[in-house]
Design a protein around this ligand. Structure first.
Ligand SMILES: [Zn+2]
Length: 117
């Protein structure tokens, strides 16, 4: 999504994430608020709610498999390492090109880390 009306930083843009997978939702032109990034996420969420019926687990719970939780932790760990690389490079007085490369990596990894699944 192009940042046409920035007010300081990209973080100021309204952030919506898919209730199923956590990916960023691109708003449709019609302006109707979407809760899922795609049809398959809507479907999985519906199946998930049905599977929780009668279990006492709230149907808006986020339930991750052990593997999904481990993968999420791995993505955040990679993002933290990239953030530490940026901090180290700044402390060591790295040049613009190196900082630009490191921060691009940081942005990519934190974007990946937003995913729940
Ligand atoms: Zn999704």
């Amino acid at each position: 999504m192009p940042h046409t009306a920035r007010s300081g930083s990209a973080a100021a843009d309204r952030h919506l994430s898919c209730l199923w997978c956590g990916r960023n939702i691109v708003e449709s032109e019609a302006g109707r608020r979407r809760r899922y990034c795609r049809q398959s996420c809507r479907q999985r969420a519906y199946e998930h709610r049905n599977s929780l019926k009668g279990t006492g687990i709230p149907d808006d719970s986020v339930v991750l498999s052990a593997q999904e939780a481990a993968d999420l932790a791995d993505r955040w760990f990679a993002a933290r390492c990239a953030a530490e690389d940026v901090a180290t490079a700044v402390e060591e007085g790295a040049g613009h090109d190196e900082l630009a490369m490191l921060s691009r990596t940081l942005v990519e990894l934190t974007r990946e880390a937003e995913r729940l699944r």
